[in-house]
Design a protein around this ligand. Structure first.
Ligand code: 13P
Ligand code: SF4
Length: 311
């Protein structure tokens, strides 16, 4: 069978299974284009969390990484939530184990814990409020100025928020994203020399030296919206290259350049890219791997997410 015929038959099977299971497919912008094409909703972590909350069917298929699916489960305790590959993790989640956060809280009991959505459900359960890259500045600004904050676990996003809010009573956990934190300012400089009229859009998980060169800083969806709607015809995009799908659909006449990071000589998240069409079909068929969380963690972890969504 040709590659196109294989794709079409797999896609048809997935859509038929989706109807049978009364499922919705949510896909993050960092998924392969072929998965994004089959999704009911494509978005950044905040949009997908909101969408998961409004959903009315029985099964949520989360094409993203595990912590995002956990968030969907926390907001939909009675629904089945599955992920194509259970090993789709995140380096930020790994950098902040719940027992270490508990030890910090014992030492600094007066700190308000603001956790990035890229954390485990167990860490969310220890947090006062959650934020995403889209609303982190707003969330930190919602906390009274005299309250000290622990921001975890992304050091680059934390430093960016600290700078934007002018807040000096903020400790930042030393975690990082293996994709964004390894984008080198040196490579961005080379790309700017090659494309001198292009502007730079960057995700706030990038290092401060990269953010200092950015003309626009925002979450994945915010970058897409901004670059598609601006009058600027050429952009250098400092985030995962899965966003190319929506950028080129939204603005087919514009040019988008990506800067390979120093790890893989690409701009792909190895965790996000573990999900494939074959695994998506399999997980709709078997309804697994399934997100299951202890009731006590569900109860405690939902609160800080609800606080964020209420802002
Ligand atoms: P967004 O909030 O922009 O979706 O970012 C999530 C993420 O994992 C970025 O690496
Ligand atoms: Fe985690 Fe970075 Fe991958 Fe986003 S891109 S899921 S932060 S490892």
């Amino acid at each position: 069978m040709s590659a196109v015929a294989t794709y079409t038959s797999l896609a048809e099977e997935i859509l038929a299974l989706k109807r049978e299971r009364k499922a919705i497919i949510l896909a993050h912008h960092y998924q392969e284009s072929e998965i994004q094409e089959l999704a009911d909703v494509i978005g950044d972590s905040l949009e997908l969390a909101r969408k998961a909350k409004q959903f009315e069917g029985e099964v949520i298929v989360f094409c993203g990484v595990w912590f995002m699916a956990e968030t969907a489960k926390l907001l939909n305790p009675d629904r089945i939530v599955v992920v194509p590959d259970a090993k789709a993790g995140c380096s930020l989640v790994d950098s902040c184990p719940a027992d270490q956060l508990r030890a910090f809280k014992k030492r600094y009991p007066d700190h308000v814990v603001v956790s990035y959505i890229n954390t485990s459900a167990a860490v969310k359960a220890e947090s006062d409020i959650i934020c995403t890259s889209r609303n982190a500045v707003q969330v930190v600004n919602s906390i009274p100025l005299d309250k000290p904050i622990l921001f975890c676990p992304d050091i680059n996003l934390g430093n960016y928020v600290k700078q934007q809010t002018g807040r000096d009573n903020m400790k930042i956990w030393p975690g990082a994203c293996i994709v964004h934190a390894t984008f080198a300012a040196r490579r961005l400089t080379q790309t700017r020399i090659q494309h001198p009229t292009a502007l730079v859009a960057a995700h706030p998980e990038c290092p401060a030296e990269v953010l200092a060169m950015a003309d626009y800083i925002g979450s994945t969806s915010a970058i897409i919206e901004h670059c598609v709607n601006s009058d600027v015809p050429e952009w250098i995009i400092m985030t995962e290259s899965g966003v190319r799908h929506s950028l080129e659909k939204g603005a087919p006449n514009k040019k988008f350049y990506f800067v390979a990071n120093e790890n893989c000589n690409c701009s792909e998240c190895p965790y996000m890219r573990m999900n494939t069409l074959e695994k998506l079909r399999e997980c709709l068929d078997t309804l697994g791997p399934r997100v299951e969380l202890p009731a006590e963690i569900m109860e405690r972890a939902r609160l800080p997410i609800e606080r964020m969504l209420a802002l």
